[in-house]
Design a binder for this molecule. Structure first.
Ligand SMILES: [Zn+2]
Length: 138
């Protein structure tokens, strides 16, 4: 498969196969004006299969959202067709408005404008806890 190389933009690499479309939707990449390419089930020596997203344009991506969905992702920043920055993501320590607290007695269900903030309490099992009511989210 041929995808034109990116001049200035971002490549999300090492996405677990299947998470490419998920990230595409959650990051609302369909709303971008610039070219976006998703490659699914690409061959990877390390992972077997992986997804790749190429964004040919300057965009601000929410790395916490990406790290929460798929902590194995590598972010490559491209300038003038050269990778100028490579970042390995991991599960973020805190996330805001990525997941929502389902506890009906939680203050976030009363105070609608409050951000839904969660703190990582168990990295291995990907367990987050609401900072207001301490409800767990897995
Ligand atoms: Zn809560």
């Amino acid at each position: 498969m041929l995808v034109n190389p990116i001049k200035n933009g971002t490549v999300l690499d090492h996405i677990s196969a299947g998470n490419g479309m998920k990230l595409y939707k959650i990051l609302r990449l369909n709303e971008l004006e610039c070219p976006v390419a998703i490659i699914t089930n690409a061959y990877s020596q390390k992972m077997g299969k992986k997804d790749i997203i190429k964004i040919d344009g300057a965009v601000a991506l929410d790395l916490d959202v990406i790290g929460y969905i798929d902590p194995g992702v590598t972010i490559n920043k491209i300038e003038d067709s050269v990778v100028v920055e490579r970042k390995h993501l991991s599960l973020p320590d805190t996330i805001s408005d990525v997941i929502h607290c389902k506890n009906p007695r939680c203050i976030t269900s009363i105070e609608q404008e409050l951000p839904h903030k969660f703190k990582l309490i168990d990295r291995e099992n990907k367990v987050y806890r609401c900072i207001y009511c301490e409800s767990k989210f897995k």
